[in-house]
Design a protein around this ligand. Sequence first.
Ligand code: SAM
Ligand code: DTB
Ligand code: SF4
Length: 322
Amino acid sequence: MVETSPRHDWTTDDALALLERPFHDLLFDAQQVHRAGFRPDVVEGAILLSIKTGACPEDCAYCPQSAKWNTDLEPERLMDTEEIVAAATNAKASGASRFCMGAAWRSPNDRQVERVADAVAAVGDLGMETCVTLGMLTDAQAQRLADAGLDYYNHNLDTSPDFYGEIITTRTYQDRLDTIGHVREAGVRLCCGGIVGMGESRRQRAGLLAQLAQLDPHPESVPINLLVQVPGTPLHGTDELDGLELVRTIAAARIMMPGSVVRLSAGRSQMSDELQALCMHAGAASIFLGDKLLTTGNPGDDADADLLERLDTSLAEASLLD
Ligand code: SAM
Ligand code: DTB
Ligand code: SF4
């Protein structure tokens, strides 16, 4: 039987050894870990809303919202709480259990955090789980969001430490770990993952997984994004990742962080139904619903309802089995 109790001493070599296992053995173990903790026929649905769009001062090479790249994106100011609540109400009606709000900031100021805290409390009052991603936070800002009832904070490590400098130069890996620490200290659950398909090596994907699995406790939610290549960003034109490498990455994340919900996040519009099915078979138990992520496309409710029905899978909040 495979090991299902959490470990925090994973090395890059350990993660690489998993990624290099014979494909069917890797998937078999991932399935066993998944079924030990979660129902295999349930995925969680979340809906994203970009509450502040574009004009970001950071230079993330993948991101359409950086002011440094010419991407045809119309910047938008921070939305009002009423508009956010209206969008969350629609999201709830379409079956989403979590509402995720993203803002294109390097780090918000206290007045901005105050406004987001107001929106978080209002969305929480609808009975939805809340998640926000606002960039770097101080400990006091994390605490303010916790006081507003925030359920999750999303802050990704994005890639391995040794590839990171090729993707972002305006903030360090340590900056990210510091924000993650502040979120943890405030008692907010952590949503933390990364992006594959940016031209990294398999060993670098292993490096990302090892960093995530060294976090203690593990992030409750681990989004694995496949790069959405947006014209105008430096990563547009990067060689496409073999879909089976994505499946391996999800399976390894599933095995390394047995109590976490692994999420098949960005990039589903570029995937076949069969590839998405394999990702779910490998242990991905959460998806974004709707036809838009933050600024790019997503399959949409009709396509997802059809896929989930063909997979005998239903949408519900993920809950660990007793
Ligand atoms: N500005 C904040 C920050 O970076 O922390 C929050 C929003 S940012 C858009 C959230 C995450 O979206 C990034 O960390 C990255 O992992 C993901 N992301 C952004 N653009 C992406 C793309 N083109 N493809 C895949 N994932 C992307
Ligand atoms: C995450 O890991 N993926 C989501 C969420 N966290 C905020 C964002 C994906 C963004 C994809 C590009 C876009 O639509 O702008
Ligand atoms: Fe800004 Fe976040 Fe995009 Fe980086 S990922 S450019 S910080 S919005």
